[in-house]
Design a protein around this ligand. Sequence first.
Ligand SMILES: NC(=O)c1ccc[n+]([C@@H]2O[C@H](COP(=O)([O-])OP(=O)(O)OC[C@H]3O[C@@H](n4cnc5c(N)ncnc54)[C@H](O)[C@@H]3O)[C@@H](O)[C@H]2O)c1
Length: 330
Amino acid sequence: MRIGLIGTGRIGSFHAGVLARHPEVGSLVVADADPARAATVAAAVGAEAAPDVTALLGRARDAVAIASATAAHAELIARVARAGLPAFCEKPIALDVPGTLVALAAVAEAGTELQLGFMRRFDAGYRAAREAVRAGRLGRLHTVRTVTSDPEPPPAAYLPLSGGLFRDCMVHDVDIVRWVTGREVVEVYARGADAGPAMFREAGDVDTAAALLTLDDGTLVTATATRCNGAGYDVRMELAGDRDQLVVGLDERTPLTSLEPHSAAPPPKPWPGFLERFGPAYEAELDAFVRLVRGEAPNACDGREALAALRVADACERSRREGRPVRVDG
Ligand SMILES: NC(=O)c1ccc[n+]([C@@H]2O[C@H](COP(=O)([O-])OP(=O)(O)OC[C@H]3O[C@@H](n4cnc5c(N)ncnc54)[C@H](O)[C@@H]3O)[C@@H](O)[C@H]2O)c1
């Protein structure tokens, strides 16, 4: 199989390594708006560098993965679809619903596949949570709590292009809540705080946020996110029902120190970031994409999932700005 990869930045260079090592991927060709970056990554993983996206589309015979900056996703999805190739794309498809719908229409018209990069769906803990909820192990699920805490802010230049904390970061929590519970979010009430580094205020964004999400069966979800968690990378989900309570992401690497006298030791080796915490999940999602391309598996996360999560993130942003609960548009 000959696969193309567009975008060789933070996540793209990681995906390049995963794809280059995959036993079904015979050759990998990469491209980036910065050709020197593509050449460096290609040399590091044993891939071939194309000078630009047009050249890459001419060389990628079987499929294309997109890990460019967000602003280019929708157009690249449409180009890959028009080339008749299946695409994997990092989240999000676009920063707004109209842009997302245009890209999805191009995919539908071409009749190709589009898998989105919500990698938590491939994490062992979240998969076990979904199975436990579906098997009724918790009894009636009444409360879900999610945490997404980044150890430090992304580069300042990333913020104005990111879509903000809800669309860029908390969207992962929205997706995984939908996937684990099988329910839709019908209403949100979100607040944000920008007392951290000035770059957040300058970008009209917040560095920390909390949202109350109400699911269509009445289950309550509290979601928090921050870009400034000095203890380390912390991603968790707690699920509480009338029979049992479970947590994803709590182990000796969780950067959370208990103050109880019998267990007050700090975590020995907290997660430094998303690439370490979710490394196996990123590998599993690309393996699922390879199997999708080979016709061996259904699409594990198609574009409509990203559209649904974006609608919730949009509602959170609006709720934060207007200071009131907001219904989620269907
Ligand atoms: N799923 C996850 O956990 C996760 C984690 C990080 C980033 N992401 C997503 O991945 C994407 C990339 O994020 P990043 O942190 O790697 O950013 P980055 O800035 O490190 O890298 C982006 C790369 O895309 C290139 N690029 C920009 N426009 C391009 C175009 N039109 N054609 C080709 N290349 C282009 C840039 O030159 C750069 O090398 C973002 O959409 C982000 O939301 C997802």
